[in-house]
Design a protein around this ligand. Structure first.
Ligand SMILES: NC(=O)c1ccc[n+]([C@@H]2O[C@H](COP(=O)([O-])OP(=O)(O)OC[C@H]3O[C@@H](n4cnc5c(N)ncnc54)[C@H](O)[C@@H]3O)[C@@H](O)[C@H]2O)c1
Length: 469
């Protein structure tokens, strides 16, 4: 069978995962035929690597994208550029007859989103969005428990995500710190979290209210630390010896060869000051979301926390599910595994009504992003699809609904208004979701008072179990 031909646009930190999977892991079924980037230095770095993997690859600059499609005839274009350019390449690739695999966020605002939705409808091409978080085994397990009906139908969700002073701070050093590039953390980062909730609930958001600010990554906070003699970037900063946010770009081989050595081509500094004046994104955000299913969510994101991970609680008609995850400390692109799940900080507990709570043995996840990266790649790169009862493969519809909660949150923070999702983008369609428990099913109560556990008994059982442990 002929190999599936891939072209990649944007060959920075994240794109390595796809290049390696195409040219190495799935080399029997896939081949890399073209790469495109506006930075000739990074382009050459990847070309050299591809040649070492025996890939017949040609490199193109950003203004030669169409030429790449015409000459190299890829079946699929993988989009891993800066977020604000995703739409340009997604749309042109579909118009030129290619399917698309794009990194999240699918795009950064509602106008670009509408253009992608319209183009996909017009061309009929496939546009997959790589929501690796869905594939992380503990998060799939949460979906499995919700589908089983163990807590009935979900009426509300409490979801709180912590980004630490390592990974969280890194958003403020890079292009992500300007909303015009990334849509801010509500779009760039929370697209993952909003997608998880849409998928966990098998529903779509209807209305959003949000409030947020940036009070930590500010010149004032730096002054309070006594870091008063700051430069625009770490490389030549007189405060570097004192600053806990110092990034040693020259001292990390991977970061150096990817970014520092290629600054001459685009002037991009990967180590800008996290307290810089240029920043215009929030570092603390609170959001309330109404879903079509009737569920409501209270969500927060804080980017200056002492630990990284999250807690999510689902409140259902038959009980409550609590899931906690702690993640490893890392810096994007520095060679370490990104967002690895820490088993000792990861738990799932079910609290049924009128009965004792129980902990569930957590499905193990190994590798990047809670174990999601490896499983995702098979789904998006190979043509043969496996049956998936959780329906984790996500397309443009899920891509749209996940960003629109964040886009609406940005608008709400700017205006103080509650924003209706259907005022932003039309004709998205409903994503394909797995069936969930029906809100009309009868709920069986314990037959007698004797079988029904009272709160005091449940508390005692919990205490006994804890003492035993
Ligand atoms: N799913 C995940 O867990 C995850 C993790 C990291 C990054 N990402 C996503 O991957 C994408 C890339 O992020 P990254 O960390 O690799 O960033 P990066 O800055 O390391 O790489 C971006 C690349 O795009 C290139 N580029 C910028 N503008 C371009 C244009 N107009 N045309 C062509 N190339 C252009 C840059 O030169 C660079 O090589 C982002 O959309 C990000 O949101 C996803």
């Amino acid at each position: 069978m002929a190999k599936r031909r891939f072209a990649q646009v944007g060959v920075g930190g994240r794109s390595w995962m796809y290049s390696t999977a195409i040219a190495d892991t799935y080399a029997d079924a896939c081949e890399l035929v073209g790469i495109c980037d506006n930075n000739p230095g990074r382009l050459q770095l990847r070309l050299d690597w591809a040649k070492s993997k025996d890939q017949d690859v040609v490199g193109y600059s950003d203004d030669q994208f169409e030429q790449m499609i015409a000459e190299r005839k890829p079946d699929v274009v993988v989009v891993t550029t800066k977020d604000c350019y995703h739409d340009k390449y997604i749309i042109r690739a579909m118009e030129l007859g290619c399917d698309v695999v794009t990194e999240k966020p699918m795009t950064t605002d509602e106008k670009k989103c509408q253009a992608i939705i319209d183009t996909q409808r017009r061309t009929g091409k496939q546009c997959l969005v790589t929501f690796n978080y869905r594939y992380s085994p503990p998060r799939t397990q949460v979906k499995d428990i919700l589908m089983s009906g163990a807590i009935g139908d979900v009426l509300s969700v409490d979801f709180h995500w912590m980004l630490d002073t390592s990974h969280g701070a890194d958003y403020f050093r890079r292009w992500h710190g300007e909303k015009e590039n990334s849509g801010g953390l509500m779009v760039h980062k929370s697209t993952h979290h909003f997608d998880l909730v849409n998928w966990w609930l098998s529903s779509i958001p209807e209305a959003v209210y949000a409030s947020g600010h940036r009070k930590f990554y500010t010149p004032h906070q730096a002054d309070r630390y006594g870091l008063t003699n700051r430069a625009d970037r770490c490389l030549n900063c007189p405060e570097s010896a004192k600053c806990p946010f110092f990034l040693d770009l020259a001292g990390n081989e991977r970061l150096k060869e990817m970014y520092l050595d290629n600054e001459e081509y685009d002037g991009y500094h990967r180590d800008q000051c996290v307290f810089g004046e240029r920043l215009n994104i929030e570092d603390s955000m609170n959001v309330v979301v109404d879903y079509a299913s009737g569920a409501k969510m209270a969500y927060s994101l804080n980017a200056f926390m002492p630990w990284e991970g999250y807690m999510v609680m689902f409140n259902g008609t038959k009980g409550r599910l609590e899931h906690y995850m702690r993640e490893s400390v890392y810096i994007s692109g520095d060679g370490s595994v990104p967002g690895e799940m820490l088993a000792e900080g990861t738990t799932i507990t079910v609290f049924p009504h009128f009965a004792a709570p129980y902990s569930v043995e957590v499905w193990e996840g190994k590798g990047g992003h809670g174990g999601g990266d490896i499983l995702l790649l098979e789904d998006v790169l190979l043509t043969e699809k496996r049956e998936d009862k959780y329906k984790r493969a996500a397309d443009h519809r899920s891509g749209a609904y996940s960003i629109l909660t964040g886009v609406a949150a940005n608008k709400s923070m700017a205006t103080g208004n509650r924003i209706e999702i259907d005022s932003l983008v039309q004709n998205i369609g409903i994503p394909e979701y797995a069936p969930m428990p029906s809100p009309d099913e009868p709920i069986a109560l314990p037959e007698s008072r004797g079988q029904r556990m009272r709160h005091s008994q449940v508390t005692q059982m919990q205490k006994d179990a804890k003492d035993k442990a």
